[in-house]
Design a protein around this ligand. Structure first.
Ligand code: GDP
Ligand code: MG
Length: 500
């Protein structure tokens, strides 16, 4: 989905003039991509109208002069922004998500159909909060499915999370109540109650849900929805909501499902915040959901807040002070130096499957795709990156990378000299064929700035090539720019820390 929209946007930027026809063509492509991802027709047509309106508002301001003064690039930006904003709106229910509060027992109850991924997601969430310093316990109130307690027990033990359940008690309500009670008296901060599902939304399931809710008084009820059902998620969420209101949604199985966009937009349409996404069967395959980063990642623009959150998670386990310093630095819009990047890369390597993390870093996703999306090749790329960084001197690490390029004035001088020499050669070689002339003209570059001796030293020291060092620096610049652009946004930081 992301790729189709990105390519439509890049087609647009190739269009010489941005007229109504070009915008219509773009919208047609975007809408087709959304429909293919199973987004509801009604939502797609709403998006189309909203983009048209946003563009019209921006281009036909009262100040005609201003609209006319816009360059073609600015006009393109208006269209791109409108599309971006409306894609965000498509997955944004516009309601603030709940977060647990420290210093009290937060009870979270999971509901959803059988097989939607409740038990798996419960454990993922328990580990997520545990990593953020909460004392977390899991309660298995599923007495319907045979082996349910064994499954939770196994998942929880593997992740090192305390659990509660029973092989003999058959009443889910009483297990839920006593489990929550026992964790409360043990001063747990987050108590997650896993419940049973049924194959369909039915009265018996809903009655059980309501009874467990009454017995445990959850601070948050999370409905688990399987992304593979696409836009049918809307009806399912509505049915559950009528039976027992819930505050948030966990969308599972987004890995490898073409219908993911359909499910997410469908549940967003029920005006319930999507809290988390499940992206695999493993206990760490969880992502917090935020509309804007989600869309920018989808469009290949990277997800810096997701990345930094991951980094924060690892750093919190390592050195909370350092992490705080980094956050403050970013907040103040300070230089994001190569040393900062080195720390991030080092942390990334401790974060598990690289192919999943790579998508969060602008540019790196594509680079990893070049590695065939395979973790070994991706890991190899990351290692080479750390070799490059480890071959730098302290002064180089503290720089913004420009230290590795020859100064621009040198490049200009070199280019002048080259042009002069070429001119001289041309006047001598009168007999040169016209074909060769053409070739020469085409090759004339726009003053390329070259890597300097430092870059060559780093390439040698790291066993890479100057080309690779250059590629790496290009990527670093992209990240640094993004970090800087997010720098002043206190709101973004707050959001980032919201999880704990
Ligand atoms: P429950 O019946 O709602 O408790 O569902 P389970 O947690 O038992 O999950 C049902 C199946 O879905 C299991 O095989 C899980 O491994 C799988 N599953 C859960 N979440 C995800 C996910 O995000 N991605 C993938 N690929 N599989 C998942
Ligand atoms: Mg289960």
């Amino acid at each position: 989905l992301g790729r189709r929209i990105t390519s439509a946007l890049s087609d647009l930027s190739k269009a010489p003039v941005l007229d109504g026809a070009a915008i219509d063509a773009l919208l047609k492509q975007v809408c087709a991509a959304l429909l293919a991802a199973d987004v509801n027709v009604r939502l797609v047509s709403r998006l189309r109208d909203a983009v048209r309106k946003d563009v019209a508002d921006a281009l036909n301001t009262n100040d005609k002069g201003q609209a006319e003064r816009m360059t073609e690039v600015q006009r393109h930006n208006v269209v791109q922004k409108a599309i971006f904003d409306q894609l965000v709106a498509l997955v944004d229910p516009g309601i603030e998500a709940w977060v647990p509060k420290k210093g009290r027992a937060n009870v979270i109850m999971f509901v959803g159909l059988q097989g939607s991924g409740k038990t798996t997601s419960c454990t993922k969430l328990a580990l997520y909060y545990q990593k953020r310093g909460f004392k977390v316990g899991l309660v298995c109130a599923d007495t319907f499915r045979a082996g349910a307690f064994d499954q939770l027990k196994q998942n929880a033990s593997k992740a090192g999370i305390p659990f509660y359940g029973s092989y003999t008690e058959s009443d889910p309500v009483s297990i839920a109540a006593s489990g929550v009670e026992s964790f409360k008296s043990g001063k747990f901060d987050v108590i997650i109650v896993d419940t049973s599902g049924r194959h369909r939304a039915e009265t018996e399931l809903f009655r059980e849900m309501v009874e467990i809710a009454e017995a445990t008084k959850p601070d948050q009820t999370i409905m688990v929805v399987d992304a593979s059902i696409g836009q049918a998620a809307e009806a399912q969420a509505k049915a559950f909501k009528e039976a027992a209101d819930f505050g948030g949604i966990f969308v599972t199985k987004l890995d490898g499902h073409a219908k993911g966009g359909g499910a997410i937009s469908a549940v967003a349409a029920t005006k319930t915040p999507i809290l988390f996404l499940g992206l695999g069967e493993h206990v760490t395959d969880l992502e917090t959901f935020r509309p804007q980063p989600f869309i920018s990642k989808m469009l290949g623009m990277g997800d810096m807040s997701g990345l930094l959150e991951k980094v924060q998670e690892v750093q919190q386990m390592q050195d909370p002070k350092k992490q705080q310093a980094m956050l403050e630095k970013i907040e103040q819009g300070g230089v994001f130096s190569l040393r900062d990047w080195r720390e991030q890369v080092g942390n990334l390597m401790n974060m598990g499957p690289l192919s999943k993390i790579a998508g969060m870093i602008p540019g790196l996703g594509q680079m990893m795709a070049g590695a065939g999306g395979n973790d070994e090749a991706a890991g190899d790329k990351m290692k080479r990156m750390t070799y490059i960084l480890d071959s730098m001197t302290s002064a180089e690490l503290d720089s913004d990378g420009s230290i590795f390029y020859e100064p621009r004035k040198d490049a200009l001088r070199r280019e002048k000299e080259r042009a002069a020499k070429e001119e001289e050669e041309r006047s001598v070689a009168v007999a040169s064929s016209s074909k060769a002339e053409d070739k020469k003209k085409k090759k004339k570059p726009k003053v390329p700035v070259r890597m300097n001796a430092r870059a060559r030293r780093v390439a040698r020291g790291s066993g890479t090539s100057v080309r690779e060092v250059e590629e790496f620096l290009m990527q670093y610049r992209m990240v640094a720019k993004l970090v800087k652009s997010m720098g002043g946004k206190a709101g973004w930081l707050k959001q980032m820390q919201g999880g704990g």
